[in-house]
Design a protein around this ligand. Sequence first.
Ligand code: BGC
Length: 806
Amino acid sequence: MDTFCLTYHGWDPKEQKLREALCTLGNGYLGTRGAAEENSNNEFNYPGTYIAGGYNRAKTEIAGRTLENEDLVNFPNWLCLSFRPEGGEWLNLEETEVLDYEQKLEMKKGILTRKFRIKDPHYRITSIESRRLVSMKDMHLAGIQWNFTPENWSGDIEIRTALDGTVINNNVARYRELENRHLKPLYSEVIDKDVILLLVRTAQSDITMAQAARTRIYTQEKKQLKTTVSSHQKDKYIEQVLGFHAEEGKKYTIEKVAAIYTSRDPSISEPSLEARKDIQRAGPFSEMLEKQQDAYQFLWHRADIGISGNKKVQQLVRLHIFHNLQTISPNTIPLDVGVPSRGLHGEAYRGHVFWDELYIFPYFNLRFPEITRSLLMYRYYRLDEARYAAKKEGYKGAMFPWQSGSNGREESQVIHLNPKSGNWIPDNTHLQRHVNAAIAYNIWNYYLTTEDRLFLSHYGAEIFLSIARFWAGKAKYNRDRDRYEIHHVVGPDEYHTSYPDSGEHGLKNNAYTNVMTAWVLQKALEILDLIEKSRKEELLLHLAIDEKELSLWKKISKKIFVPFIKDGIINQFEGYEQLQEFPWEEYREKYGDIQRLDRVLESEGNSPNTYKASKQADVLMLFYVFSKEELHTIFHHLGYEFKEDHIRQNIEYYKERTSHGSTLSRFVFSWVLSKYDKKQSWKNFKALLISDFEDIQGGTTPEGIHLGAMAGSLDLIQRNFAGLSIRDDALWIDPKLPDSIEEISLCINYRNHRICFTAGHEKLRIAFEEGWSDKMNIGVRDAIHEFNRGEMREFHLGLGTENNKD
Ligand code: BGC
């Protein structure tokens, strides 16, 4: 088994849309699903092409109101490539006899191959080997190469190559009642005998996209073939049909190269000018292939995580790394975009940016911190919008949206369709204000990993203080309790958005939100002491924060209310303890899969608000976000008793009450269980690893991969299994490998030092490969060791001692 490959054997139309999502190729700027190039959108084929940050807003009249949604636009399909033999039909695997079919994602090189042999009604057998890439090196280029052999026939054939802007956003069935036409025609042109150009513009956001495509045909002797050419154009569509005489047994190579630009791109004059220029300069496919391999070699050098002793885990880990890099890569840095939770792989959640960065950044911080920095800047550039949102609700500071898109406005839908019942129901999940805390937490952890003081004092601190200020305003003093409380919020568990039979939205004192608030306020004060004195003065003046306000932050950070049920069991929110227990077994028997309990209950006229039943980890998030030492400090600071044993009790309590309706839940459960119940932790890890690969939610992966869950699995390996932790003083490692894995090897970039680890059950090898300083401290188990640059050492884990020195 090649663990850098994902191979599918056999043509299976029903599985095709899942394969497409998992075979998406991207480069952090552009993503194209692994759809068949010969087909447009049909029952088993959905060719989606997305651009990072390529959104458009559209209005729809529905359920008696006008809704406005912002969607990640499905841009023109550049793949279109087909053939037709004389007297035959255009290639369509559904309507011809497929003799062999193999589809392979070659992750090491960033290439998708499809090999198939078909027999038409005239017994003509043809073989096609298709290779496709979206260039990681030249982010505006993509290409397809076909090796085409008429095995037992000769005759005239036609090759059709097109750019198709007639596409709509049609990937997610439950969005189909909403306006899904986002593209307007602009212009098309045959530029040269082998080059076509298409220009479209998004209807509201006015993003112009230019695509130029060059198609050439070569003989087996690598000579360019002279073909007949005809072209056809209609609104948003242009095609060329190239004709030639094919001879039995000969191989013909057809190469289509596309150049893609939008008016959002930095450093350009105008999209069509740039696309024309690039297509003229683009080399042959073989040259693109070479560059692609080089680019991927460098990426994998930083990104790979090696797993010995379990090939399946290794393959899926690489699949998760690969799809993270398709969505965010070094190409993303100049783009002013956030992380779409479903990648550039599909249209679920409309390409919006949620809090999933919390799960994604830990992997990137330790390998591509320059990318995380740019993704944090996406938030900085939208700080004013967040300030406006806070002000509109009567708060100071900044209130970032639960769902973010182009300009940082709240993009959450106000009603959504339950596909199970066909009802449009109110959606109050936007009350998840904890997204603010996640942004602050991400800033701090980026700083901790990189020591990037420039970022912290200039951008990070400003966002952080603005978030702290929001929380201080949101927290209200309750005299009876002598505690501060936060009302009208929703926690990470989206199944609870209000109290049963209450007309009001939101909940009181979600424990996770309250503890995060205490942390944010305390950390904000620490950051002020960390940055330069002059910058501190500048910021306080600029944000008009005075001593009185700072002392209020301090007070609130010590007096936030945290609800408990009993004996250390944290109450998910105030009043949760009074909800009914949910009859899990009865519902499992009745419905089988009840991950999406919200839909099941709504279709029965009921609601999860009635029950102690959560979609995903909520309270347990605290044990993921903070170490037990950190939690102990926070609770102590708040004046609550918190013992380590409480963690286990909370896990036991909430484990019984969670449906895992979000893939993120498996990640958190695997994480928190790892110290208490290795078997259950591994079970959750396995469910996390296969969640997209096997589409365990039954139909969600074809609508886009789950980037948070994918990156989370990588973070579990590095911080939990390999035991990496970053504390103020040093980088620490304390491996605790699951039994099913023999060895983990990975390299990280820690504060500009490249350090490689190989961790087994008995031994640990650490190499300080290169870095900005000559020496560095690395903690193994509980002792610090000083390493020189270029040094490699081995430790015996059983005894916690050093084995030898090089
Ligand atoms: C989860 C959220 C998550 C979102 C996007 C939802 O199903 O409940 O926590 O942010 O998906 O991934």
